[in-house]
Design a protein around this ligand. Structure first.
Ligand SMILES: *[C@@H]1O[C@H](CO)[C@@H](O)[C@H](O)[C@H]1NC(C)=O
Ligand SMILES: *[C@@H]1O[C@H](CO)[C@@H](O)[C@H](O)[C@H]1NC(C)=O
Ligand SMILES: *[C@@H]1O[C@H](CO)[C@@H](O)[C@H](O)[C@H]1NC(C)=O
Ligand SMILES: CC(=O)N[C@H]1CO[C@H](CO)[C@@H](O)[C@@H]1O
Ligand SMILES: [Zn+2]
Ligand SMILES: [Zn+2]
Length: 308
């Protein structure tokens, strides 16, 4: 993929993900200014990062999930307006756009038909025929294909291992879980930074706290579209012997966020009582912005104590 195509594909995937996951296709401020769901969520997330009240870019009135509402008449009108294909940038009536992007666009991102035997190629549809004609995968020997299939098996095996280890953990004797609520705070540095912390909670008869921070490897996280969160589990009570644990953060009952399950391990002692910051495996930055836009982040934490 060239950079342009990659960017375009990613952008349209992001939009598709947003449409699929966010209930408001459009929002309007109290003065009637409209914005699409993606911009709305981005404004709320940016305001959270800058510790400001989110405002309408047109009239500067306050915006928030409770102050803004959908405008169904506009949504209907908009659905009849032409809109741009994310791949070829040409305009189409909205009603035709989905079919165009899925089936007709010459620039839509496609994958080689030999993907199943390991061809990694993906690119615009209009290059597909040429690629497939010269793709070396169908002429590979049985032995070469065996190697490729082995690699693919390894990937599947890793996924299976993850799920099996979650099922394995579920048969541990000591399992604790709780709903955790991350609340936003500011560091008192000169340039303050947003971080999140949960109130103290009890799991497995110990007191814990979780902290989270927005990926701060970049100087201005508010300038970047790519956002990630990482978190840290801290043991607050004194223990009489080391406590070896596996832990897992998942979507809880109160927030709709897409998180990939990742199991982390740590041996807690009185001296070594906090984990490193580890990635909160949110599936993408759209989901991350959704979390930042909400006031608090509600998740469910599982702790499995490994007993020797
Ligand atoms: C829980 O911890 C308290 C003190 O922290 C202790 O007195 C109590 O026996 C513990 N309960 C269990 C079930 O381990
Ligand atoms: C982003 O935030 C930083 C401080 O957190 C600020 O200095 C900068 O001006 C902000 N950029 C924009 C575009 O708002
Ligand atoms: C956590 O560890 C640090 C450093 O080892 C120590 O100073 C602190 O007292 C510990 N906290 C608790 C609650 O044990
Ligand atoms: C603070 C923090 O989590 N920084 C991370 C931001 O993302 C890059 C790339 O994923 C990591 O290398 C940083 O550690
Ligand atoms: Zn197109
Ligand atoms: Zn190919």
């Amino acid at each position: 993929l060239t950079e342009r195509e990659g960017g375009t594909a990613e952008r349209s995937l992001t939009h598709a993900a947003l449409r699929a996951s966010f209930p408001f296709p459009s929002s309007q401020c109290t003065n009637g200014h409209l914005m699409c769901a993606g911009c709305f969520i981005h404004l709320l997330a940016d305001a959270r990062l800058k510790e400001e009240q989110a405002t309408c870019p047109n009239c500067r009135c306050e915006i928030s999930k409770s102050l803004c509402c959908r405008n169904l008449a506009v949504e209907k009108a908009v659905s009849e307006l032409p809109s741009e294909c994310g791949f070829c940038m040409r305009q189409f009536p909205r009603s035709l756009l989905e079919r165009h992007q899925k089936e007709e666009c010459q620039d839509r991102v496609t994958q080689c038909r030999y993907k199943r035997i390991g061809c990694p190629w993906q690119g615009p549809y209009h290059e597909l025929t040429v690629h497939e004609a010269e793709c070396t995968h169908p002429t590979k020997t049985g032995n070469e294909l065996m190697e490729i299939l082995d690699e693919m098996d390894q990937t599947h095996k890793k996924e299976m291992q993850l799920y099996n280890s979650i099922f394995g953990l579920l048969s541990f004797e000591k399992i604790g879980y709780t709903e955790v609520q991350f609340r936003p705070y500011r560091t008192d540095d000169f340039i303050t930074r947003l971080y999140y912390e949960t109130p103290r909670f009890t799991v497995l008869n110990q007191t814990w706290v979780l902290k989270a921070r927005v990926n701060d490897s970049e100087r201005n996280p508010n300038l970047s579209c790519k956002r990630t969160l990482s978190f840290q589990l801290i043991l607050k009570s004194k223990i009489s012997s080391p406590m070896e644990c596996s832990f897992l953060l998942l979507k809880g009952p109160y927030d709709d966020v897409k998180i990939n399950p990742v199991i982390y391990h740590f041996i807690f002692t009185n001296e070594n009582n906090e984990t490193e910051y580890v990635p909160l495996p949110i599936i993408d930055s759209v989901e991350c912005n959704k979390l930042l836009a909400a006031k608090n982040i509600n998740l469910r934490l599982f702790i499995f104590q490994i007993q020797k």
